[in-house]
Design a protein around this ligand. Structure first.
Ligand SMILES: Cc1ncc(COP(=O)(O)O)c(C=O)c1O
Length: 379
């Protein structure tokens, strides 16, 4: 089945016989048993709920996994994932991560005994150089947030296999429409479903998708025990969002390319980080391993003054945290998504007072460019 068909009919399980086209929202915390030792297949919604199950089956199919678990947010998914590991375990992660993952690792997971090395995972030899006997996993974000570095997933997977490590990929930015980490050898895929999967800036969600049934069993146990599951109504909203994933991603990518090219020609822009531009250092690997480049752009303005002016003057574009929705959002990573990362570490990565991040939505690209144009202008 083609991807766009899967987005609509990913799970064809029928939950009632009314002929309802839209999956029902089973707003029930618990389910009655037909008799002692008998179950309808549903017992309690923390374990499973039919609406969430429909979503999870769809997400698993889209990523080509054996199972998917839907969480109440991306961070709930990543926090549950950390429970796979034990005190003393070591994880190598991309050094340019979503700030929330960084905050979780260094403020909570470390307290629980896990250890992390942050490295530029675009360079496979650097990952290998950090492997030690306690290393258990490689955690990659690709492209990274916000600097848009890309990791060669197949090469990272070969390395992970040779050292018996799990390869975990946060696929929030490209989604399975453009990138399928499990097919390239990853073991676990993460999503902030809040972003492109939901697509409408109205619902928080997260996913873990796994490549094998052993991991599914271990993570399902953690999932039901911790309880960060997605509510039935929110599951339904994400199901609805996924139906239009392919068309949204294509249109948003087209617009992102136009805007990235326009930004490249602007005299107040010093650098544009968009993986679809042939000038991007990771353009070739992106082209080889995926089928698209997405709609996330970071760019560096000529001064802090320009960055602040753009943020204050945009009117159609909203100055807000988050990404992947139909509304175009502009973010100041230094003050928003990456505020908790120590200043020196943040600046060394290029997350400075001049850097802005744009999530291109579904508005007309010409309107978006006009909005940016007026926002750059000095009064
Ligand atoms: C790449 C990435 N992963 C994970 C998350 C966390 O997801 P959530 O905000 O749904 O908890 C985010 C949030 O921005 C993100 O950008």
């Amino acid at each position: 089945m083609d991807f766009s068909t899967l987005c609509i009919h990913g799970s064809d399980r029928k939950y009632d016989n009314t002929g309802a086209i839209s999956v029902p929202i089973f707003q029930s915390a618990t389910f009655a048993h037909p008799g002692v030792g008998l179950s309808t297949g549903y017992d309690y919604s923390r374990l499973q709920n039919p609406t969430r199950e429909h979503l999870e089956m769809t997400a698993a199919k889209l990523e080509g996994g054996v199972d998917a678990m839907a969480f109440s947010s991306g961070m709930a998914a990543i926090a549950a994932l950390m429970e796979l590991f034990s005190p003393g375990d070591h994880i190598i992660a991309s050094d340019d991560l979503y700030g929330g993952s960084h905050r979780l690792f260094y403020n909570i997971s470390e307290k629980n005994g896990l250890r992390f090395s942050l490295v530029n995972t675009s360079d496979i030899s650097r990952i290998e150089a950090h492997i030690r006997p306690e290393t258990k996993a490689i955690f990659i974000e690709t492209p990274t947030n916000p600097m848009m570095h890309v990791t060669d997933i197949a090469a990272a997977a070969r390395l992970a296999k040779s050292y018996n490590l799990l390869l975990i990929v946060d696929n929030t930015f490209l989604t399975p429409y453009y990138l399928k980490p499990l097919a390239l050898g990853a073991d676990i895929v993460i999503h902030s479903g809040t972003k492109f999967l939901g697509g409408h800036n109205d619902t928080l969600a997260g996913f873990l998708v796994v490549a094998d049934s052993g991991l599914s069993e271990r993570l399902r146990f953690i999932y039901k025990t911790i309880g960060g599951c997605l509510a039935p109504f929110d599951s339904w909203l994400i199901i609805r969002g996924i139906k239009t994933l392919a068309v949204r991603m294509d249109r948003q990518q087209d617009s992102a390319m136009k805007i990235a090219q326009w930004l490249q020609g602007h005299k107040k822009v010093k650098a544009v980080h968009y993986i679809g531009l042939p000038s991007h250092p990771d353009y070739e690997v992106s082209k080889r391993q995926g089928t698209g480049f997405g709609s996330m752009i970071s760019f560096e303005t000529d001064s802090e003054e320009t960055a602040v002016r753009v943020l204050s003057k945009v009117s159609l574009i909203q100055y807000a945290e988050s990404l992947g929705g139909v509304e175009t959002l502009i973010t100041y990573p230094m003050l928003q998504t990456h505020a908790d990362i120590p200043k020196e570490e943040r600046e060394a990565k290029g997350i400075n007072e001049r850097l802005l991040r744009l999530s291109v939505g579904l508005e007309s690209p010409e309107d978006l460019i006009r909005d940016l144009e007026q926002a750059f202008e000095e009064e």
